[in-house]
Design a protein around this ligand. Sequence first.
Ligand code: 5GP
Ligand code: MG
Length: 196
Amino acid sequence: MTPRTPIFNHDLADDIDRVLVDRHALDIRVSELAGEIARCYHKQELTIVGVLTGSLVFLADLIRRLPLRVKLSVISISSYPGRATTSRGPSITGLPPESLAGKHVLIVDDILDSGKTLLALKTQLAAHHPASLRTCVILRKQIPDFTPCTQADFAGFDVPNEFVVGYGLDYDNLYRNLPDICVLKPHCYDRQMGKT
Ligand code: 5GP
Ligand code: MG
């Protein structure tokens, strides 16, 4: 008899401390967000700019639930170009081939933390003179006594101020394929630091 394929293997399951947002909650909330976005852009064409790589899973789920005419582009953002070891400020690579001028543009990213990434993206894309420019994230970090430098127009869940992985979000480019949003056990970070 062929064994059933597990959703993820034991190596990954052993690394998870706890699940913060499970796949069912994500499923429901992504549909709700799609509804909110569809109402906002009623009958208008929407140009989505997804931010690689963290938004990939969310982006794929979201766009398939949007009953709109959607054009899709993806961009990357990096604060450490090449071999730089100090931040040069976020810079965008892979700007959409099509002009954003006069378009309704929605930036889709994974998580709003300090807000610096979304603010940099908004500033740089605004220079292309879109008709409108909004932002959407699946997660928003709640940091006590801290206000991010920009807000997201659409947000899925508020999460506590902890480092999260899964549903596209990574640690050292791992764990993106976890179907839930999770917090890792401390030994995962120790391992990367060469402690275990
Ligand atoms: P911000 O510029 O808002 O401080 O940070 C946003 C970016 O930092 C996100 O796009 C994401 O790439 C990364 N980031 C912030 N918090 C987390 C987190 O808890 N987990 C992961 N995997 N990435 C995070
Ligand atoms: Mg990111």
